[in-house]
Design a protein around this ligand. Sequence first.
Ligand code: C2O
Ligand code: CU
Length: 475
Amino acid sequence: MKNTFNNGLSRRSFLAAAGAAAGVAAVPAWAAPSLPLRQIDLAAAPGATHLVDSDGTKTKVWSYNGRVPGPEIRIRQGERLRVAVRNGLTEETTVHWHGLRVPHAMDGVPHLTQKPIAPGETFVYEFDAPDAGTYWYHPHQRSFEQVGRGLYGPLIIEETNPPQVDRDVTWVLDDWRLLIDAQISEDFGNRHDMSHAGRIGNTVTVNGRITDMFEARAGERIRLRLINAANARIFGLEFDGHTPWVIAYDGQPVDPHQVTGRLDIGPAMRIDLILDLTGDPGDAFAVRDTFYSRLKYRLLNVVYGPKRLRDKPMRKVAALPDNTMPEPDLASAERHHIAFGGGMMGGMAMAKMGGREVGMMEMMRNGKAWTVNGVAATGHVMDPILTLARNRSYILALDNQTAWYHPIHLHGHSFRVISRNGEPTRHKEWQDTVMMAPREQVEIAFVADNPGGWMFHCHILEHQAGGMMGVIQVT
Ligand code: C2O
Ligand code: CU
């Protein structure tokens, strides 16, 4: 069920990548090879896959290397990754390595960090993987449509000493809006989605397929990596009959803790679980998604086969080793307030758009509905909302003034979530995407150690396109 990334690059594909003539970015000067270099080619192109059933109708998608999700890239912490991305679409694209702390030039943001990759051209990304964890990759160009049509894939950075499990499993969750003929509804970026909850679909896939069951073995311990690749759907998973342990959020280790209730995972977020399969041979338990009270459904069944793998359950769940983020110094940290506004029922009167004061109606006519600090973004290049001094600690007080959920993502850094509505969080979890509930106030803290202009945006991709996006400059 997993596509394991092949070590090394075949001579043929290396030559193909190197020989793609015009459009090949030179390997940057800082690219001094140190640890092993892993290479892969990705081709973004239209294709067709079996989303709904394995022998019936294929759904036309846009995908990497002809599959949805794209190939699972799996390397070791500390290794260097080189990815040659060929654009086989009829529009520009880029690839963003979501959650990975890469150098600015490798971040895949059109016009801000690179020239978008034109149709037929190839761009070579190359960077180190400083931190272990569960990440993913996707375009940053017209993401609401490119990601929505199937362009995304998992990116796994393995720990040097990974925790002992019987299986390491990735579930990439996605949500599609399909028509009765199993084809994607073309209404991308419509005004209603943009100003409400985003493009919520009607078909949920696990690893690119509607999935009925997950095969389990009694006594087995699995590491389950959940990745939400949906444009807008928030998943709220309940594991009947099981009590999973959370060991990482957004790839970053957290004190292992058990979840008895619902496990919420917003767009772009990841959660690593240790799941002990404590049922008996022949058992079946549902994994249900109950996030939207009127859209509850069963994601799949965990079905136990006849064999028992072990009698005694494995011992305690150990914490993952720390990653390499510097610890923010809260005492000396400078504090900034960032307001998120707009949307239906938000009560927003005026906003700035393209340097002008406009009312909500005019914003909507221009396909905008959301703001960061009163400004609706019209592209990736804009005046920074904040300029931070390199290697200093910062607390950002995020203030959701809207009636909607927003998973807010910062590029180039991970941050600690230190409080919600004034209450300190229990785990001070590291994240790169933090979900804000309607009207919620969330404080995050981090050291601004990665120089460049970094996107800071809602990962409901219709909200991002609708203006909820800013740039944080680290100098
Ligand atoms: Cu996952 Cu700015 O992106
Ligand atoms: Cu949002």
